[in-house]
Write a protein that binds this ligand. Structure first.
Ligand code: SAM
Length: 333
């Protein structure tokens, strides 16, 4: 959710917690009803799970998830946030009469010492663009390994990442090919930068040309930090004759401890969320016929200099009626 680049060339590392200090970013998250109502349903509709439990809210922001848990019968909720938004969260919790149920602690989750040894449930909204941008899942894993009691639960507990390919000729021309000729000047040096930056944008479901491929499933209860650096194969099949200009990725989230599991999707076929989809333009268009396949390998790793950023590599090959393509594409987000 945090922006990746501040002014003056400062990196997201410097700005990360500042970016969460203003209420504006929280407004966008709170108003994302797919997001917030899924969390609320998973907590309110499962009072039997929250009743008398000790709950830890990792990255509590304005305190919304802490308040859901308190209202759902939790014995006590600890909300941790490094950002100054926690000053507002304290007021909000107080204004809603929940100070005896919720303790808010300002600090980095990695450094905070909770007043309890173990918690029964961890709740957290940690997902970034392309799921893993911001690397906040690392923080949840630290909290899990330090504080979650044996048999404890994490909300949400499942995430699945998908890839598909889209027709996007007009927008690619506007965003990428634009740099070939700017008022008669050759700006193609910027084109080579622009194509390396995945675009976070809303993709029309009608633009999707292929089947989706679930390339990564993450179980939050068991995943290790090292699993978040990965290289995985994918295979997608054209569902019509068309041109492919980009790959897109999105993720689905599951709260499977619930009496009736709660899920939401950030895909192009689902209702809008502030995560939108992540678009990776290919250097050349691929002419696909219905039934033809694109096979590839996707690698994802935290950037060596700023681990909140991601290095993503997509290698793919296509052998179709209208030609063969083999590409190696490097992206940074
Ligand atoms: C995506 S927001 C979610 C806020 C709130 N839970 C909600 O659902 O509206 C993530 C929050 O986690 C906080 N955060 C991220 N990493 C953290 C860390 N390592 N320690 C403490 N807080 C962190 C950020 O400051 C931010 O307020």
């Amino acid at each position: 959710m945090a922006n990746n680049q501040g002014e003056s060339g400062l990196t997201s590392k410097d700005y990360y917690f500042d970016s969460y200090a203003h209420f504006g970013i929280h407004e966008e998250m709170l108003k994302d009803e797919v997001r917030t109502l899924s969390y609320r349903a998973s907590i309110y509709n499962n009072k039997h799970l929250f009743q008398d439990k000790i709950v830890l809210d990792v990255g509590c922001g304005t305190g919304i998830l802490s308040m859901f848990a308190a209202k759902s019968g939790a014995k006590h909720v600890y909300g941790i946030d490094m950002s100054n938004i926690i000053i507002q969260a304290r007021k909000i919790v107080d204004d809603n009469g929940l100070t005896d149920k919720i303790t808010l602690i300002q600090g980095k989750m990695e450094d905070v010492k909770l007043p309890v040894d173990k918690v029964d449930i961890i709740i957290s909204e940690w997902m970034g663009y392309f799921l893993l941008y911001e690397s906040m899942l690392d923080t949840v894993l630290v909290a899990r390994d330090k504080y979650l009691a044996p048999g404890g639960m994490i909300f949400p507990d499942k995430a699945t990442m998908y890839i598909a390919a889209i027709e996007d000729g007009d927008y690619k021309e506007e965003k990428i090919d634009y740099w070939d000729n700017v008022y008669g000047f050759d700006y193609s040096s910027i084109k080579s930068l622009a194509i390396k930056e995945p675009l976070v944008d809303t993709v029309d479901a009608r633009a999707v040309v292929t089947t989706p491929c679930a390339f990564r499933e993450i179980d939050i209860l068991t995943v290790q930090k090292s699993d978040l650096t990965f290289t995985v194969p994918f295979k997608i099949t054209a569902a019509r004759d068309d041109y492919v200009h980009a790959f897109i990725s999105w993720f689905d989230i599951g709260f499977t401890h619930c009496h009736k599991p709660v899920h939401f999707s950030t895909g192009p076929h689902a209702k809008y969320t502030h995560w939108k989809q992540t678009v990776f333009y290919t250097p050349e268009a691929i002419t696909v016929k219905n039934g033809e396949t694109i096979e590839g390998v996707l690698s994802c790793s935290p950037n060596g200099i700023n681990p909140r950023d991601l290095d993503i590599v997509i290698d793919y090959s296509f052998n179709g009626n209208h030609g063969s393509i083999k590409e190696h594409c490097e992206f940074k987000m």
